[in-house]
Design a protein around this ligand. Structure first.
Ligand SMILES: [Zn+2]
Length: 554
């Protein structure tokens, strides 16, 4: 093939990362620029190679590969890109093509925006430097890209491809979720059974008996995608994992969570789970399927991770009882068949030979705790009912007192941290520009920005903590309201169940009996609001019992 018959390859690339730059780098724009350049420079036989929606950090791109295949075959004389970053953002790989492969194949390489043309020896000295900047930019963008998604989400748009079981896409607005009338009630039923203390195998059995299609089988039925075929062969067999995964999905509260996973690095496609504080949270983007209280209960049951024992039910206090002295869990000892004989002892004590713990038994009968907890719950229900306004006011004030003291100092600190953060951003941008313009060498740039990341991370963390603390006053109000809502759900409690105990109570601390006074202290920590102070004498609500007997408040 004559040199003049060879192809002039015009390569365009556009990716999500480029969205924020608007239309200036759109494929259409790149095509116009490249064609004009080729025409102006009398480079004929042009052909476009296009990669739309592919990041510059990946080199496994369709258009790119097609072009390289032609290069390998010796059919291309010239490759033109708008600028180096269109070609790629990994300087090692860009360098490999521009300085090794292309010269070997006699291909002329032109990056218009960088003034780079391999036919003009001098212009190429600039290349390694530009490549490094491009790589840096990719790293920088991979941090910023989430901001683009975030703004999308703030407009209420759905970006997760996966649709949470129980929802379907709103046919009138493809970016929104609405409850799926076929499956929403299944989600509610599963949560309901779980928070009532039903065992996992009972839930699985219910699903099978009622011939409820597993999410995979349902997808196969609806879409026919082959990857769900296996699930469709055992249509009513749900896995425990599927169900546990459902319990932690905040989508069921009506929220959207993005960035649940992140890429291992900006060069790789491998995904890792993001810690919760790195995920993006968008409240109330769609209709909730599950009440917040039910959801909280499910979280608690997961957190305590108690497995059902030999007997058929989960202990109603499971995960709530702690030794008041060493802080370890209390374990249930099912002495005899009769529940009257069941009791709890400090787990550090029962493992004392192995752990070397010096803690004492703290032994207490189950029926004793039951009576105390029931009496206290009834006391609180009665009190809250009779004095709702007063109770709410007091509960909120109790919380405020703690935070109010340091609130002003914290506000001041927050303002300072926010200002410093802005300052750092400005400083960094300036250095970045100086570096890009060549006013600052790479090593100077690296030296001057070395501490930047660390300080920035520290500041971001600090700002988050401060904001949280300042907001805690408002959260306190929410907590009290949540508690009132739970109270309203129960007119009266005559028996303790797994559900009502866990709905009200966070933690029960059992102290050792005092041998002199023959009393012992039991502290009940209530959900959302902590310990509830006794209204009459303002003492902490601490129940003291006589050994073996029941209930005398101190
Ligand atoms: Zn103990």
């Amino acid at each position: 093939m004559n040199q003049s018959d060879k192809i002039t390859a015009l390569y365009c690339r556009f990716s999500k990362d480029d969205m924020k730059s608007g239309d200036s780098v759109s494929i259409a724009n790149q095509k116009i620029i490249l064609q004009k350049y080729a025409d102006d420079n009398r480079l004929f036989n042009t052909q476009f190679y296009v990669d739309d929606g592919i990041s510059g950090t990946m080199f496994d791109r369709e258009g790119f590969n097609a072009m390289i295949a032609e290069v390998e075959a010796g059919n291309i004389s010239t490759v033109i890109v708008k600028d180096l970053s269109r070609f790629g953002r990994d300087h090692v790989m860009v360098g490999l093509y521009t300085t090794i492969i292309f010269p070997e194949k006699g291909v002329r390489f032109i990056a218009i925006g960088n003034g780079m043309d391999s036919a003009d020896g001098d212009s190429c000295d600039f290349a390694p430097f530009v490549n490094i900047i491009n790589e840096f930019y990719a790293r920088d963008t991979s941090k910023k890209i989430s901001a683009v998604w975030q703004s999308k989400m703030q407009r209420g748009e759905r970006v997760n491809a996966e649709i949470t079981y129980g929802y379907i896409i709103d046919p009138e607005n493809k970016k929104r979720l609405i409850p799926d009338s076929e499956t929403a009630h299944i989600v509610r039923k599963i949560f309901d059974m779980f928070v009532k203390g039903e065992r996992m195998c009972a839930i699985l059995k219910w699903l099978e008996e009622n011939r409820i299609l597993s999410p995979g089988a349902l997808k196969f039925q609806r879409t026919g995608y082959m990857r769900y075929k296996r699930a469709s062969e055992i249509p009513y067999l749900w896995s425990e994992k599927t169900i546990y995964d459902m319990f932690v999905r905040k989508e069921y509260l009506g929220h959207t969570i993005t960035a649940k996973t992140r890429k291992l690095s900006y060069k790789s496609k491998k995904k890792l789970y993001n810690p919760e504080d790195k995920q993006h949270f968008f409240p109330n983007t769609h209709e909730a399927l599950i009440d917040e209280e039910i959801f909280e209960l499910a979280q608690k049951r997961i957190a305590t991770r108690h497995r059902p024992m030999k007997t058929n039910e989960i202990d109603i206090f499971s995960g709530l009882l702690y030794c008041g002295d060493c802080g370890k869990k209390m374990t249930l000892a099912r002495g005899a068949k009769s529940e009257d004989k069941h009791g709890y002892i400090c787990s550090a004590y029962s493992n004392r030979k192995r752990s070397g713990s010096l803690c004492t038994t703290h032994s207490i009968r189950k029926f004793v705790i039951k009576e105390i907890v029931l009496a206290d719950l009834q006391r609180i229900l009665g009190y809250v009912r009779a004095n709702e306004q007063q109770f709410a006011k007091k509960a909120i004030e109790n919380g405020n007192r703690e935070t109010q003291k340091s609130l002003d100092a914290k506000r001041k600190e927050l303002v300072q941290a926010t200002l410093r953060e802005k300052e750092l951003d400005t400083l960094f941008r300036k250095l970045y520009e100086d570096n890009a313009l060549g006013k600052l060498s790479d090593s100077q740039f690296q030296m001057m920005t070395a501490g930047y990341d660390e300080e920035k991370i520290g500041l971001t963390e600090k700002i988050k903590v401060l904001e949280k603390e300042i907001n805690s006053v408002n959260e306190r109000k929410d907590s009290v309201n949540k508690f009132l809502k739970v109270v309203k759900k129960y007119m009266d409690i005559r028996d303790l169940t797994y559900e009502n105990v866990h709905e009200f109570i966070d933690r029960i601390s059992i102290h050792e009996a005092d041998s002199e006074t023959k009393t012992r202290k039991i502290e009940i920590q209530y959900n959302f609001i902590g310990q509830i102070e006794n209204d009459e004498n303002n003492d902490k609500m601490i129940q003291t019992i006589k050994r073996g007997g029941l209930c005398e408040a101190t």
